[in-house]
Design a protein around this ligand. Structure first.
Ligand code: NAD
Ligand code: ZN
Length: 346
């Protein structure tokens, strides 16, 4: 089968690999139909994610059709259409029972990172019963690809951890697909201010279309001043960091209001400075989280009911043979205006 292999920082190759096989009774093999690229794939390729070692098949999002199941899989059978969670977990251990699937004691594997991923013709899914979701008849598969990672990430790590409140003020730093997913799902809670900060005008225009009350095309001191102008010099109740670099984490500490929360979503390959005296004296909470995808079934219902439309995030479409072009397009978003790129495996 064709698969995109991480060869070490800066290097990836589309290669032939053996089709994966069932090696435990709870496994499934899924034939991929659609996958996509995430900002985390770019971090892996930069060398920011040491848990992903050379030789790994990249990709952690997608939908497909079950090709084979192990004898212990009870919820799925060959031919079922499935949505793949970016996290593979047992659903039974102490952490899974607390909804912390990414810390599962017999799994917690991240596809395309700690185990082989979805940017291939087939993917091996351990703990299939609790790591896959059935696709309802007639559901739009393009929209569902956004549920493997980015929508639950924006919602769980950004909106829920950031305690977005009705009438509250929110700033989202980073208007990539994950920041925009936080923007879409923050609106479940009716905040009064939804400010989005980025340097890319096209992404800020998307943010306006997706419900931002204000956008700021600046970073650092200039962005801080604009946030204070928009919030009667208080700053915002919730800041969601959806970039994953030191300067934007700094900015979050500058623009959070007293009593507020900084919800870190970005994957950071660095150690950040904490302004502890300011954070302490202003009662600031900082949260950070690896997505669990525990909210995926609920988000699936909101998508099915038309409450949110994550398909708006899709800008480009490629075949698996052209996945290197898809990476080029996604990573040069300022020129290509890319948000999510769909890669069709068949
Ligand atoms: P992306 O690279 O598409 O988007 C990042 C955005 O940040 C871009 O729009 C870019 O223009 C903007 N940006 C860059 N520098 C900036 C600056 N100085 N000021 C303001 N904006 C700036 O990535 P994405 O797919 O949207 O993912 C966002 C982050 O979320 C990444 O760090 C990714 O690894 C992380 N992530 C975390 C989890 C999790 O489990 N916590 C899951 C998925 C993704
Ligand atoms: Zn991701």
């Amino acid at each position: 089968m064709k698969a995109l292999i991480f060869e070490g920082p800066g290097r990836k190759t589309l290669k032939d690999r053996d089709i994966p096989v069932i090696d435990s009774a709870t496994d499934a093999i899924v034939r991929m139909t659609k996958t996509t690229i995430c900002g985390t794939d770019l971090h892996i390729l930069k060398g920011d994610v040491p848990s992903c070692t050379p030789g790994r098949i990249l990709g952690h999002e997608g939908v497909g059709v079950i090709e084979q199941v192990g004898a212990g899989v009870t919820q799925f059978k060959k031919g079922d259409s499935v949505l793949i969670s970016c996290i593979s977990s047992c659903g039974k251990c102490e952490y899974c029972r607390r909804g912390m699937y990414s810390h599962c004691t017999t799994g917690g594997w991240i596809l395309g990172n700690t185990i082989d991923g979805t940017q291939a013709e087939y993917v091996h899914i351990p703990h299939a019963d609790t790591s896959l979701y059935p696709i309802p008849d007639g559901a739009d598969e393009d929209a569902l690809v956004m549920l493997s990672d980015i929508l639950p990430t924006g919602f769980e790590c950004g909106v829920l951890n950031g305690k977005v409140q009705p009438g509250g003020s929110v700033a989202i730093v980073g208007a990539g697909p994950v920041g925009l997913a936080a923007l879409l799902t923050a609106q479940f809670y009716s905040p009064a201010e939804l400010i989005v900060i980025d340097l890319d005008e096209n992404r800020l225009q998307a943010a306006k279309r997706f419900g931002a009350t204000n956008t700021i095309r600046a970073t650092g001191e200039e962005a801080k001043q604009r946030v204070f102008e928009l919030t009667e010099n208080k700053g915002v109740d919730t800041v969601i960091e959806a970039v994953g670099i030191a300067p934007t984490f700094e900015l979050c500490q500058e623009i959070v209001a007293a009593g507020g929360v900084i919800a870190n979503v970005g994957v950071h390959g660095f150690k950040a400075d904490l302004h502890l005296e300011k954070l302490w004296s202003h009662n600031i909470a900082i949260t950070t989280r690896l997505v669990d995808t525990v909210s995926t079934p609920m988000l699936l219902k909101t998508v099915r009911s038309g409450k949110i439309d994550p398909k708006q995030l899709i800008t480009h479409r490629f075949k698996l043979d052209d996945i290197l072009d898809a990476y080029d397009t996604f990573s040069k978003a300022a020129d290509t205006r890319a948000l999510k790129v769909i890669i069709e495996a068949v």
